[in-house]
Write a protein that binds this ligand. Structure first.
Ligand SMILES: Cc1cc2nc3c(=O)[nH]c(=O)nc-3n(C[C@H](O)[C@H](O)[C@H](O)COP(=O)(O)OP(=O)(O)OC[C@H]3O[C@@H](n4cnc5c(N)ncnc54)[C@H](O)[C@@H]3O)c2cc1C
Length: 331
């Protein structure tokens, strides 16, 4: 496998059915300019079970090398297994830069890999560039109020996780490079954690990260019962419901629906913010949306600064009217 060293290695992600997660295309989109700036190759690694088709689709988006760790034991990718496989691949390929997804899984295994290799890690990066031959990784600090540029001179590889929704998804449709099988060697200690059962959360929120339409409800809804308005709007648009932390902390909605810095990151075509003020910690979770529509009665609410369209009004009037119009238009 290690016929050449150097370059940029990005790690894609599949679900346990072997389907690509959208972050995978962002990983290629983030890595490609870095490889080009270094004048080196972009290698893509996918780990999972029965992932041949997924790997080819991802490779066709713009990879120069396609590394595939396809093994039944990687179906429910545990942190231990991902750490072992990725560490070995990095030792074999010897890349200059490694990018991992800043997803729940990536956030778990990335620091373990960094620790095993004895190198640093810039977490949750929103911009990446090559300067003077080295990686410059920009990441938010102080609750998103400040961005800091991290350099790791002398470190090989230079490693970062990518904040979902921060990079353009690669859309190329080239011929995928031939897949290179990665030997999967796992010791007993790396198989201690076994997934017995996967249970989906209720309310369709399991789809939040890949949803095309997300309706986010905030404290402006006043009480949990008002979320019925948000659910009806979501149903009319074929979308799913999310919430702010003010709402989940109050127990109005389950925590797994929380969007933002300490919640999930969404990248839908349309995000509608209903009674959401637009605190910076919420905005980092929605900034990758194609369109943001805000409904808020306060014309000075910060959400309007990043909204593509804004409706200043009482949500208890606007939302039912909008839902009724949508239903009427759909017959
Ligand atoms: C370390 C840290 C991490 C955090 N992480 C997150 C996170 O992951 N996600 C997150 O969301 N927050 C997070 N927060 C909290 C964040 O700072 C805000 O407090 C929170 O996002 C506010 O939620 P909200 O917009 O629902 O409520 P509010 O800020 O109270 O806003 C309610 C909005 O509703 C509007 N409104 C009221 N009534 C109506 C009406 N009838 N019609 C129309 N509009 C109306 C108001 O004008 C207001 O703008 C975090 C905070 C910290 C310190």
């Amino acid at each position: 496998m290690a016929e050449q060293s150097g370059g940029v290695l990005v790690v894609g992600e599949v679900d346990n059915a072997g389907a690509l997660r959208p972050i995978s295309f962002e990983m290629v989109g983030a890595g490609r300019p870095l490889a080009d700036a270094l004048g080196q190759k972009l290698a893509v690694l996918l780990m999972g079970s029965n992932i041949g088709d997924a790997a080819r689709s991802l490779g066709a988006a713009g990879a120069d090398r396609l590394l595939v760790a396809d093994d039944e034991r990687l179906r429910d990718l545990t942190s231990e297994a991902a750490t072992a496989v990725l560490t070995q691949v990095i030792r074999d390929v010897d890349p200059a830069v490694v990018l991992m997804p800043g997803t729940t899984a990536g956030r778990d295994y990335a620091p373990r890999v960094a620790a095993r290799l004895g190198v640093g890690l810039a977490a949750d990066c929103v911009e990446l560039a090559i300067e003077d031959g080295g990686l410059v990784a920009v990441r938010p600090i102080l609750g998103g109020r400040v961005q800091t540029a991290v350099r790791m001179p002398g470190s090989r590889p230079q490693m970062a996780t990518v904040h979902p929704g921060s990079f353009e998804k690669a859309t190329g449709d080239r011929t995928a490079p031939e897949a290179e099988a990665v030997p999967v060697e796992l010791h007993e200690a790396e198989l201690r954690v076994r997934v017995q059962e996967t249970v989906q959360g209720g309310g369709g929120s399991a789809d939040l990260e890949s949803a095309e339409v997300v309706i986010g409800g905030g404290r402006g809804l006043k009480e949990p019962e008002s979320f019925g308005l948000v659910e009806e709007l979501a149903a009319a648009l074929g979308g799913v419901v999310g919430a702010t932390r003010a709402v989940t902390d109050a127990g109005w909605r389950p925590h797994h629906e929380q969007i933002g810095q300490t919640g999930r990151t969404v990248t839908p075509r349309l995000y509608m913010a209903v009674g959401v003020s637009g605190a910076v910690q919420h905005l980092v979770g929605i900034q990758g949306s194609d369109y943001i529509v805000a409904i808020n009665r306060d014309p000075d609410a910060p959400i309007f600064k990043i909204a593509s369209f804004g409706i200043v009004g009482d949500l208890f009037e606007v939302v039912p009217a909008l839902t009724a119009e949508l239903k009427a238009a759909q017959g």
